[in-house]
Design a protein around this ligand. Structure first.
Ligand code: PMP
Length: 316
């Protein structure tokens, strides 16, 4: 079947870890019919030297997840810390010794017809799969501007990861890829640059890094936050959060995309214009190397971002 990925062995479903085949919802489930759910996306990185699997910034991810759920009037009976523990338990059950991607979902679970958020039950599920690269050509992506606009915060909250809103991302992604591009950049209703279909953007101009502010209809990305810190603390760069015009993209020295899926990818061509030298720039390469060192536990001061999955004695 088209684009199928490997299946996990287990899922957390209806309050416990169950065999993956048992984690099933009905075709009448509210969220399946109306997109009334929210999701998260985390990565865990395998460190071979330490034989350890590190979950990257899980507290931050689950705090955002709980906030997204709140926007949709979904009450989760778990705290962020409890969700971190549940995830570690799920990953131990899988026994993964490779990089993986985690998908928590909180959703309106009642089997019913009727578009609304109130008087509908909520539920939570989570699974994890082995995962590698997410976009093609992450060393030098060729992107276009999408003809679609990013969902407006007054239509569907852009700072929540709301399932229904990802129809917007899917339209953006497929129209770009089917037209021969790797990704697309998306403008908001005001015509300012927001992000890509599922990744935040940084634009380097004359030694300064710019990224759209969180009021520009962007997702408040965890990797965005991480890149800001790495650029400032480790590369000593000035990072400015401000609106970015479309034409600033064409004349940028470097552009990178970042997100849990994308990790850190260089954009080297936008439509029919090369960006900078047309190859991955120095800042992008440096911050990308720092990112991969940080997520796999190789930078001492950033180990606080990581939650180890295995106790030393349980490592096989
Ligand atoms: N923007 C959108 C629309 C996304 O779906 C994602 C992926 N979660 C991102 C940005 C990147 O966010 P994060 O760094 O938290 O993964």
């Amino acid at each position: 079947m088209a684009g199928q990925q490997g299946k996990p062995k287990f899922a957390f479903f209806e309050g416990k870890i169950v065999p993956f085949e048992d984690a099933k919802i009905s075709v009448m489930t509210h969220s399946f019919n109306y997109g009334t759910g929210v999701f998260g996306g985390l990565r865990a990185y395998w460190n071979q030297e330490e034989e350890q699997l590190f979950i990257f910034r899980p507290q931050d991810h689950f705090e955002r997840f709980i906030q997204s759920a709140g926007l949709m009037r979904i009450h989760l009976p778990y705290s962020a810390d409890e969700l971190v523990d549940t995830l570690a338990e799920l990953l131990r059950a899988e026994g993964y010794r490779e990089n993986c991607y985690v998908r928590p979902l909180a959703y309106k679970s009642t089997e019913m017809i009727g578009v609304r958020l109130h008087d509908v039950d909520d539920d939570f599920t989570m699974f994890a799969i082995p995962f590698g690269a997410y976009i093609a050509n992450e060393d030098g992506a060729h992107v276009c501007f999408s003809a679609w606009r990013r969902v407006d915060d007054n239509a569907i909250p852009a700072r929540g990861k709301i399932i229904g809103a990802y129809a917007n991302s899917a339209l953006i992604k497929s129209d770009a890829v089917l037209a021969g591009y790797d990704e697309a950049l998306v403008l908001n209703q005001e015509g300012h640059v927001t992000e890509a279909s599922a990744a935040n953007i940084f634009v380097m101009r004359k030694g300064v890094a710019y990224t759209p502010p969180v009021q520009s209809d962007v997702l408040e990305g965890i990797v965005r936050r991480t890149i800001i810190e790495l650029l400032r603390n480790d590369l000593g760069m000035e990072v400015i959060e401000r609106e970015i015009d479309r034409t600033e993209i064409y004349i940028a020295d470097e552009i990178l995309l970042c997100g849990t899926g994308v990790q850190v990818a260089a954009i080297t061509r936008v439509e029919h214009r090369p960006i900078g030298s047309g190859r991955m720039g120095t800042v992008t390469r440096q911050v990308r190397d720092l990112f991969f060192d940080a997520v796999s536990g190789r930078i001492e001061k950033y180990r606080e971002w990581l939650t180890p999955v295995y106790m030393p004695e349980t490592v096989r």
